[in-house]
Ligand binder design. Structure first.
Ligand SMILES: Nc1nc2c(c(=O)[nH]1)N[C@H]1C(S)=C(S)[C@@H](COP(=O)(O)OP(=O)(O)OC[C@H]3O[C@@H](n4cnc5c(=O)[nH]c(N)nc54)[C@H](O)[C@@H]3O)O[C@H]1N2
Ligand SMILES: Nc1nc2c(c(=O)[nH]1)N[C@H]1C(S)=C(S)[C@@H](COP(=O)(O)OP(=O)(O)OC[C@H]3O[C@@H](n4cnc5c(=O)[nH]c(N)nc54)[C@H](O)[C@@H]3O)O[C@H]1N2
Ligand SMILES: [Mo]
Length: 765
């Protein structure tokens, strides 16, 4: 069989010899998986009440993904994975001082991540004691004072304040302010490993760091082009939106090396009729198993076909008026695309010209098109080129800045986008520094701070001396994990604000504190009474969220209170900076946010509980292009694949995946139900033809080694060879287990987003 025939086969039908879950996403399967978690966590009535209020106006906004919360929610407006996140947070298990009395950190380092988090919620502030190699309880006052003394002694520029996208806008705004008052912009965030390609890339080409679509657009579009986003696992509520779109005739074209169940068909677990009768909705009209990194070539192919169609019917295909008035760079893009040949496109994409033709036909037949993407596009060395080709494709027919059309990155953590909006940004140009100086009477640092990759480089070269983490599990989430883990204890100070114990907490710096916080689901009572917080979704809507569950311990503080406590202990008093008043009443913090960002947050306190959230607006949606050229920019392709390493004999591209049973580094269990896999996460997925070529047997144990020639030895032994329907030349396995194999230097060229979907590896039998 020729290469082309093989891919033609795998893209149209599933390889019968490899495991695949054959049921639709949703349905009884997802309820079963939920009940397993519920059984393990023994949730109280609080958790069930929280679920009933989840994602509803005036309720609590889910702590899992960032998908939009509709104005008219379902009775149960949560998904399998949102519910898991709730049960996980409101678990009955506790990880208190007695646990740490029993276990030293060197002992805990032998535990599986799953078992660490499974100990339950952290209940007390803790300080690391090197003599006993244990965490010991401390009072909040001692913890704040100790951390404050360390920070006062350190050069602010040698410290890093990370946040994972959990905390609300209030805590996030104050955290950014604390960093700047203290004297740095070192505010990396989880999005540095995630959608930074979007923040930097879209900003460059269409002048906005975020997507342009709202939920209404999904009720109007004629076609959706879906690249590298696994909706069924990672934003399941979005499946309802897609199902509605399909039912009214919208076509969905998916590009993904893996046949992800949720994008194939969906059974609505909230629709009793569908559940019992068993009818499911087909989601993708066409599903193309593109090679990892091959999207650039596939999109170039589509662009070529659209341009050919225009040549055949001049004036009938392109939106010429739009291109002439609103865009820049069309001719250069067209010229670059014309030099690419079809054999090159077919090789790089792994798709045939005929397949790309089918995709192009759907594009041409649709008046309103939305482009959706996730980590499959952003986490590549040429991630920027990925995004730029998608924008090129959309711009050809004016599909940005018009109802029913646009570009829509699907974001990760529930408030990851919002944290950026309110000043968690290492780039001072994204922050209203003049305004902040005027509001708080200080000199704001104006030099660029460290992003995640730069912070890691600083850690390795010794220039980074302290890290505060507001959420997250950085040593697990970062690339080059082994090197990071080894360097971590060299820091003078490490502080984690967290809900649960994780691997990062086991590599303390010379001084180290673990500060337990309230989760969003818990009631947060301050001096003026119960408080609400706010978050922003992927579609730029802002929602209020009120936790009602009983706090799991009376020793917890809110993230707002912790940030304020740390800041007060570190900074000299400033009459314009009122940490205690702000902690007592979060409405005052929202007033500060409104004053800092008046266009996005007009009448913030009054509007925060609007059903469906309030829209912050988007310049590109209004065709106000805030780019250097003042136009939307076409980009001439410079590469055909997003992979940064050359093809070589024996070299494979490693794609790191999330299972259906994890939220990032939090592992709920060992079942990847939607891919038909279960039992172990220490596996390497590979297709049968490649297994035969490389002389591998099913079930054999192998070692994966990094194949980047930089003299660093990176290897993961003990992986079980598991046949799986993937394109040729690639292997897949789980994040975070395989992060050891992702070189720190191997990242998107424009944004430094680690290339977690395309690292070069070799298999050692
Ligand atoms: N349940 C659950 N929900 C989550 C998370 C979780 O871990 N669990 N994580 C949250 C976070 S922080 C984020 S960022 C999002 C992540 O959500 P996604 O953006 O969906 O990220 P991934 O699951 O890493 O992978 C996305 C998809 O890209 C495909 N892919 C890999 N390489 C390529 C490629 O080169 N081209 C194309 N076209 N596709 C490719 C993979 O097969 C996979 O289906 O989900 C959020 N929601
Ligand atoms: N190889 C590879 N690496 C990747 C990725 C990949 O696809 N492949 N994906 C990347 C992506 S997209 C992301 S976003 C990062 C994620 O990286 P991180 O954000 O660092 O990781 P998380 O697993 O989301 O963080 C989990 C921890 O957050 C804490 N936590 C949970 N809820 C709360 C809360 O409400 N408040 C506070 N303060 N803490 C809380 C808990 O202690 C928990 O252990 O990983 C990145 N790394
Ligand atoms: Mo993410």
């Amino acid at each position: 069989m020729s290469d082309t025939e093989k891919h033609a086969h795998s893209a149209t039908g599933h390889d019968p010899d490899t495991p695949e879950y054959t049921h639709p996403t949703g349905g009884w399967g997802s309820l079963g998986s939920l009940l397993r978690i519920a059984g393990k966590e023994a949730p109280g009535g609080s958790a069930l009440r929280a679920l009933a209020r989840q994602n509803k106006p005036g309720g609590v906004m889910c702590t899992a993904c960032a998908w939009a919360k509709p104005a008219e929610p379902h009775t149960a407006e949560f998904c399998e994975n949102g519910a898991k996140a709730t049960l996980w947070e409101l678990t009955k298990r506790r990880c208190g001082p007695d646990f740490f009395e029993k276990h030293s950190l060197s002992e805990l380092r032998d535990w599986h991540d799953y078992d660490l988090e499974r100990q339950g919620r952290l209940t007390r502030p803790l300080r690391y004691d090197a003599a006993s190699d244990r965490y010991l309880p401390v009072s909040w006052d001692e913890a704040f004072a100790g951390i404050g003394r360390h920070l006062q002694r350190l050069d602010p520029k040698s410290t890093v304040f990370y946040s994972s996208g959990h905390a609300g806008l209030e805590a996030s705004y104050l955290y950014g302010l604390f960093a700047r008052l203290y004297g740095h912009n070192n505010l990396p965030q989880s999005s540095n490993m995630c959608h930074e390609t979007t923040s930097v890339g879209l900003n460059k080409i269409i002048g906005t760091p975020v997507g342009t679509c709202t939920l209404d657009d999904f009720d109007q579009c004629d076609a959706i082009f879906f690249f590298g986003q696994n909706t069924g696992s990672n934003s399941p509520r979005f499946l309802h939106t897609l199902k509605r779109a399909v039912e009214r005739g919208c076509k969905i074209v998916t590009f993904n090396p893996v046949r992800e169940r949720g994008l194939i068909e969906f059974k609505d677990p909230q629709n009793p009729v569908q559940m019992t009768v068993g009818k499911s909705t087909k989601i993708s009209t066409e599903y193309f198993q593109v090679r990892p990194g091959g999207d650039i070539a596939a999109m170039i192919g589509m662009i070529k076909l659209v341009l050919d169609a225009e040549t055949a019917a001049p004036g009938h295909v392109l939106d010429r008026a739009f291109i002439d008035a609103e865009t820049d760079g069309f001719e250069a893009m067209k010229q670059a695309v014309s030099t690419v040949t079809w054999p090159e496109i077919e090789h790089a994409s792994g798709l045939t010209r005929e397949m790309i033709g089918r995709a192009a036909d759907i594009y041409l037949g649709a008046r309103k098109v939305i482009g959706i993407y996730g980590m499959g596009l952003t986490q590549h060395v040429h991630g920027f080129q990925n995004l730029a080709m998608l924008v090129n494709l959309l711009l050809l027919r004016g599909n940005i800045g018009r109802p029913g059309a646009g570009i829509s990155p699907v974001r990760g953590h529930s408030n990851v986008q919002g944290q950026r909006t309110v000043g968690i940004a290492e780039k001072p140009k994204l922050v209203p520094v003049d305004k902040l100086e005027e509001m708080f009477g200080f000199t704001c640092p104006r030099d660029e701070g460290l992003n995640a990759v730069h912070a890691c480089e600083g850690l390795l070269d010794g220039s980074v001396k302290a890290m505060i983490l507001m959420g997250g599990n950085l040593v697990r989430a970062l690339p080059d994990r082994e090197r990071m883990e080894a360097a971590w204890p060299s820091m003078d100070l490490t502080v984690s604000i967290a809900t649960k114990l994780n691997r990062t907490h086991l590599t303390p710096g010379k001084a180290s504190y673990l500060l337990p916080c309230l989760g969003r689901l818990e009631e947060d009572v301050q001096a003026t009474g119960p408080q609400a917080v706010t978050i922003e979704c992927s579609l730029s809507h802002i929602y209020g969220s009120i936790g009602k569950a009983d706090p799991i311990s009376d020793q917890l503080k809110s993230e707002v209170a912790i940030v304020a406590g740390l800041a007060k202990a570190t900074l000299a008093p400033n009459p314009k900076v009122l940490w205690d008043e702000w902690t007592a009443d979060y409405g005052l913090v929202r007033d500060l946010i409104e004053r800092s960002y008046p266009e996005s947050f007009r009448d913030f306190n009054a509007r925060m509980f609007e059903p469906g959230g309030f829209y912050r607006g988007n310049s590109a949606r209004d065709r106000d292009w805030q780019t250097d050229s003042g136009k939307a920019n076409f980009t001439a392709p410079t590469v055909l694949t997003a992979i940064g390493a050359e093809e070589a004999e024996g070299r494979m591209t490693l794609v790191t995946l999330r299972s259906n049973d994890q939220f990032n580094t939090t592992i709920y269990g060992f079942s990847d139900r939607l891919r038909g896999l279960s039992g172990s996460r220490d596996i390497v997925l590979i297709n049968r033809a490649d297994m035969a070529r490389l002389n591998l047997r099913e079930g054999q144990e192998v070692t994966l080694v990094s194949d980047l020639d930089d003299r660093v030895d990176r290897r993961v032994p003990g992986l079980t060879v598991t046949p799986f329907d993937l394109p040729d030349g690639c292997v897949a396995g789980y994040y975070p287990e395989l992060n050891v194999l992702i070189p720190l230097s191997y990242h998107d060229k424009t944004s430094q987003t680690p290339a977690s979907k395309g690292a070069p590896v070799r298999i050692l039998a």
